[in-house]
Design a protein around this ligand. Structure first.
Ligand SMILES: NC(=O)c1ccc[n+]([C@@H]2O[C@H](COP(=O)([O-])OP(=O)(O)OC[C@H]3O[C@@H](n4cnc5c(N)ncnc54)[C@H](O)[C@@H]3O)[C@@H](O)[C@H]2O)c1
Length: 354
């Protein structure tokens, strides 16, 4: 049977961008996508790709052992695991789906990959597993994991199961950890698409607390290129860090978006901070860049401009999302009497970390 790459969570934001990249740069590689199509999974993220005879889609759950076994038995020899519950705020409301998919699902995948003698398993993870870091420190891959949110705790657990699989059974497992992604097809509950779409609708932009939390922003295509290299060149049992070194406060990012969209800063509404909100994430990417020969190519300015352009030209994509279940989610969080009800309007531009 010919070689097949399984991409779990391929209907989500990063997974669908990875499918697109893989078709473009590895046209001979057949792809199988396994996705549960949760609220975050969207067939429209794969527009045009599902007509491709080398791409097949199975709707199913990574925690469903029989389904995973049947998919792997189609001749899958490598797996990239994107499937996850991925939104911190939802994990604060209820962590059970996070444990079920991110922890149990990853463990089921690992066990079934072992049974099916899959050659390589890549676990896609996040800088959030290291918890908050004071400047100027950047996390190294041998640093301790100190996750703060139920989401990051579940990702840390999954990473540890993946690495334990390698140590215990000698399986070929690679873990990647990336910083905050931005780009096309990101679900508008995440910060950048939330702010872009709110601004386009002239609605308030909810900024948590003082907005001075620092994140390192990477364009999703740069992340996907790093993932492909880690899949092809990474060494078993290693952890690779994918970040662009673009550290900015959330407030600074929101001001950049507003400036590009020519919308007033008065749209900003500071809301109650998220509990356990990490102040800063940062990854040391030096050894990954050297070893994989990878470097991001998008500048933040150009990447943001392209992302805004994408949301402007794909209004139908996000209008549909924002008019569905999303509406009640938004009200639960940011509406009057919501968990993070508004506190003040933005009046000054501040971007210093206290
Ligand atoms: N977005 C980021 O900035 C970022 C940064 C670093 C790492 N990551 C990691 O990258 C991965 C992808 O993130 P994303 O932002 O694309 O997430 P996303 O929420 O956009 O997509 C997740 C996808 O997984 C699918 N899924 C969920 N539960 C499933 C299950 N039980 N079985 C099969 N499919 C299931 C969903 O339907 C969806 O298509 C996640 O593992 C996340 O932790 C994300």
């Amino acid at each position: 049977m010919s070689s097949k790459l399984l991409i779990t969570g391929g209907c989500g934001f990063i997974g669908s961008n990875f499918v697109r990249l893989a078709r473009r740069v590895r046209p001979g590689q057949a792809l199988v996508i396994l996705d549960k199509l949760t609220y975050a999974g969207n067939l429209e993220n794969l527009d045009g790709l599902l007509d491709d005879p080398e791409v097949s889609l199975v709707r199913g759950d990574i925690a469903d052992r029989r389904c995973v076994a049947a998919v792997l038995d189609r001749g899958v020899d490598r797996v990239v695991n994107f499937a996850a519950e991925s939104h911190v705020d939802r994990s604060i409301e209820d962590a059970s789906a996070f444990i079920q998919t991110n922890v149990v699902g990853t463990q089921v995948l690992l066990e079934e990959c072992r049974r099916a003698a899959v050659k390589r398993f890549l676990q896609v993870s996040t800088d959030e597993v290291y918890g908050s870091l004071a400047p100027p420190a950047s996390a190294r891959s041998d640093d301790p994991l100190t996750p703060s949110s139920p989401y990051s705790a579940s990702k840390a657990a999954a990473d540890l199961f993946a690495l334990a699989d390698h140590k215990t059974y000698g399986t070929d497992v690679v873990v990647t950890r990336a910083t905050n992604n931005y780009g096309p097809y990101q679900f508008p509950e995440k910060m950048l698409p939330l702010m872009i779409t709110q601004a386009l609708e002239d609605r308030p932009l909810p900024v948590y607390g003082d907005g001075l939390q620092i994140r390192d922003w990477i364009h999703v295509e740069d992340h996907c290129e790093g993932l492909l290299l880690a899949l092809e060149r990474g060494r078993p049992g290693r952890i690779y860090h994918l970040g662009a070194g673009e550290e900015h406060t959330n407030l600074d990012m929101v001001h950049r978006l507003l400036a590009q969209l020519k919308k007033p800063p008065t749209l900003i509404k500071h809301v109650t901070d998220r509990p356990g909100h990490d102040r800063r994430y940062s990854l040391d990417t030096g050894s990954t860049r050297d070893e994989l020969g990878w470097a991001p190519t998008h500048t933040l300015e150009r990447g943001l401009a392209q992302t805004i352009e994408w949301y402007l030209s794909h209004r139908g994509w996000w209008d549909k999302i924002k008019s569905g279940e999303y509406r009640s989610y938004y009200e639960r969080l940011y509406g009057t009497g919501g968990r993070y009800a508004a506190t003040t309007s933005e009046v000054t531009r501040g971007s210093q970390v206290p």
